[in-house]
Design a protein around this ligand. Structure first.
Ligand SMILES: C[S@@+](CC[C@H](N)C(=O)[O-])C[C@H]1O[C@@H](n2cnc3c(N)ncnc32)[C@H](O)[C@@H]1O
Length: 278
């Protein structure tokens, strides 16, 4: 007999397990640390990093002494995170598999801080995500999200826009992750979770993708080979003979936005920083 629970594919999980996000995350460590530095984390705190990947922010959170749990839907990234935590000797950091839409097994009001940098925004049920983040945060605690902004002219928004132009349309009812970068949606989602407008702050901030020795073209090749949303665009473009067109658009974008003065990559990208006080 078939065990259906094992054969049903969760497309959200499949998308992030398809590639190897650690290859992109290697460019994200500096800005991840800068965000953590700005949060005033203390050793007494319990912190949940949601959509933690391999620990771009969870590792520096743990270095500040807090008790940190990273939850991510992708099994390969949970494994990579636990390897990084072990290599760094961080016994106060563990990664586990879970879904931001339903944090079953996580107790109510368990954390002082929920941090989700370009993580929970990719979960398919945004109202459930807001409700779950509020549920697991202590009274007096905080939720901080970093979310990409739709139609923004900077790098990631444009990579996702170009990628989606080469990908078949999503199924009906699909809610774009980019809506997490729009004020009205953010307010509505946290509002339904019981958070009044005055408890929510929204500020645009800049994230940097940085590498001293990888060129912008090499950076794009990593997106094409390892980043789920771009890999899907490449697969579709290859089928209709448009792979070179897609590649050229992405390379032009990366080169035009690169601020590095030598061979490396330094690409800024604007994001919406959301802070919710509970
Ligand atoms: C763009 S990556 C960012 C990873 C990490 N926060 C960082 O800054 O390097 C998005 C992450 O969100 C995770 N993710 C996507 N959907 C999720 C969900 N429903 N629940 C938990 N994690 C999810 C992906 O597996 C991936 O690790």
């Amino acid at each position: 007999m078939t065990n259906y629970s094992e054969t049903i594919v969760n497309p959200n999980k499949a998308l992030w397990e398809k590639g190897d996000f650690t290859q992109i995350a290697a460019f994200m460590r500096q800005s991840g640390e800068a965000i953590v530095d700005s949060l005033g984390v203390t050793p007494q705190m319990k912190v949940l990093d949601l959509g933690s990947g391999d620990g771009t922010t969870a590792v520096p959170l743990a270095r500040s002494g807090a008790e940190v749990v990273g939850i991510d839907i992708a099994r390969n990234l949970v494994e990579a995170g636990n390897k990084r935590a072990a290599a760094a000797g961080l016994r106060n950091l563990k990664f586990q598999e879970g879904d931001a839409c339903n944090l079953e097994g996580v107790a109510d009001h368990a954390f002082d801080l929920i941090l989700s940098v370009f993580g929970a925004m990719f979960a398919p049920k945004p109202f459930d995500v807001a409700k779950e983040m509020v549920r697991v945060t202590k009274s007096g605690g905080r939720i901080v999200m970093g979310n990409w902004i739709p139609n923004d002219p900077t790098f990631v928004s444009q990579v996702l826009k170009i990628s989606s132009a080469f990908t078949p349309p999503p199924p009906e009812g699909f809610v774009s992750p980019m809506t997490w970068g729009v004020e009205s949606h953010i307010i509505e989602r946290f509002g339904q979770a019981g958070v009044p407008r005055e408890k929510i702050s929204l500020v645009k901030d800049t994230y940097y993708f940085a590498s001293p020795d990888k060129t912008p073209t090499e950076f794009i090749q990593l997106f094409e080979t390892f980043y789920g949303p771009t890999m899907n665009a490449v697969d579709a473009a290859q089928k209709n003979g448009k792979a070179a067109e897609l590649h050229n658009q992405l390379v032009d974008l990366a080169i035009s936005q690169n601020k590095s003065k030598d061979v490396g990559t330094l690409i800024p990208a604007t994001f919406m920083r959301v802070a919710v006080a509970l």
